[in-house]
Design a binder for this molecule. Structure first.
Ligand code: FAS
Ligand code: PHB
Length: 389
């Protein structure tokens, strides 16, 4: 098989890139090592920046998002027993859309199927070859046979544990990493959310986040030890711990119920530089990871795809490499600002082993300054709604 662009990974980055390319008449194929249902079974992000929504509009995969997504003009920071609203819309003129990554992925998969573009699921042992040449290709095993796809370019959209970044010689890549000494225990339950907007809570017992997927489906997180086990968390224990970390008005408003998804995710900050190696381009989690405290992971994948699609579109329209040559530098400029924001939110909201009583007071002083300074709150708001791209 030969295509113009081979995409590895059928997550948000691969699917969004694939749809933009298909709509522009640039033929592409997506390879994923797992099946559709497995991908749709992963519960991840929940907040979309307006830039991400615009890209989904461009991809023709946003009808359900506009019909079912929740527009949020603000969120609350809870600390020292009180809530403080950050007025995103009032300070930036922008809102965010609450709509689960699972649904974004489902919508992109459906649009891809409608457009007839090819995705090969359960492609085993995917490898990338000769990406330093003008004739890169990928190989994979499917149906007991090894197959080859020749292409002009390879988009490595295969996430943090994918094959693409691992295929780059160590001498050609620099990585920057910060692992956090805790995880997030996440729960999905078919119960109404505790409030109409998200609540990020700083508490001496640890961080908590009240989010949602709709007004009948809640998504909650509590910070937990890195070596904690989901089995150690009954629903009752979870609801009790969540209430302890929220201001009384919220704790009393929590509607408990049976969880239908419960998982623990580790937190890390990670960036690989550069994001381009000849004909191989990394996008999304394949190139960077952020702690979800800033709701940036999925949205960074979208801005990478924006820059990469622009470069590819320009190449096939004018045979100019300018956009592709600029991809890594353009993407990384935005990536690092989002990595900084996600890191700063994580440092401000979580209990670290060495936080102690003094550290707790410093965090509360930082939060108190933030919510009472229009300048500081505006800076937070413009990072949260998403820096322009
Ligand atoms: P993905 O990881 O989504 O997709 C990569 C795809 O590549 C997968 O389908 C995988 O099967 C495939 N793949 C991997 N290796 C392969 C190989 N060798 N061959 C072929 N295919 C291969 N972000 C937020 O903004 N908010 C959140 O709350 C949030 N929570 C998260 C919780 C968890 C547990 C995780 C892991 C991430 C979370 N994220 C969150 C970040 C997440 O949403 C990512 O940013 C987003 O999935 C990035 O999309 P992709 O880059 O497409 O990578
Ligand atoms: C979510 O709804 O899953 C979510 C929302 C905001 C975050 C992280 C996760 O910062």
């Amino acid at each position: 098989m030969r295509v113009q662009v081979a995409i590895i990974g059928s997550g948000p980055a691969g699917l969004l890139l694939g749809q933009l390319l298909t709509n522009a008449g640039i033929d592409n194929v997506i390879l994923d090592r797992v099946g559709k249902d497995y991908i749709l079974g992963r519960v991840r992000a929940g907040v979309l920046e307006d830039g991400t929504v615009r890209l989904l509009d461009e991809a023709g995969a946003s009808a359900r998002l506009h019909a079912e997504g929740l527009q949020h003009g603000g969120f609350s920071l809870a600390f020292d027993g009180r809530n403080h609203r950050i007025d995103l819309a009032g300070m930036t003129g922008k809102k965010v859309t609450v709509y689960g990554q699972t649904e974004v992925t489902r919508d992109l998969m459906q649009e891809r199927e409608r457009s007839g573009a090819k995705t090969i699921y359960e492609a085993d042992n995917v490898n990338v070859h000769d990406f330093g040449s003008t004739s890169p290709y990928t190989t994979y095993e499917h149906g007991g046979k090894t197959r080859r796809i020749d292409c002009d370019f390879i988009a490595g959209c295969d996430g943090f544990h994918g094959v693409s970044r691992r295929s780059v010689p160590e001498s050609a890549i620099s990585t920057y990493e910060r692992a956090y000494p805790f995880g997030w225990l996440g729960v999905l339950a078919e119960v109404p959310p505790v409030a109409n907007e998200l609540i990020y809570a700083n508490h001496a017992r640890g961080f908590a986040l009240c989010s949602m997927r709709s007004m009948t489906r809640s998504r909650y997180y509590v910070q937990c030890p890195l070596d904690d086990k989901v089995e150690a968390w009954s629903d009752e224990r979870f609801w009790d711990e969540l209430r302890r970390r929220l201001p009384l008005e919220n704790a009393e408003a929590v509607t408990p119920g049976p969880s239908f998804e419960k998982s623990i995710a580790p937190l890390r900050s990670f960036v690989a530089e550069p994001m381009r190696f000849g004909g191989l381009f990394l996008a999304g989690d394949a190139a960077h990871i952020v702690p979800p405290t800033g709701a940036k992971g999925l949205n960074l994948a979208a801005s990478d795809v924006h820059y990469l699609f622009e470069g590819l579109h320009e190449y096939y329209a004018d045979r100019s490499m300018a956009g592709l040559d600029a991809y890594s530098q353009r993407a990384l400029q935005r990536v690092w600002k989002a990595v900084r924001f996600s890191w700063s939110m994580t440092m401000m909201m979580h209990r670290f082993p060495d936080t102690g009583a003094f550290g707790q007071k410093i965090q509360e002083a930082e939060l108190d300054y933030l919510v009472h300074s229009r300048a500081a709150a505006t800076a937070l708001a413009e990072n949260y709604v998403g820096l322009p791209f």
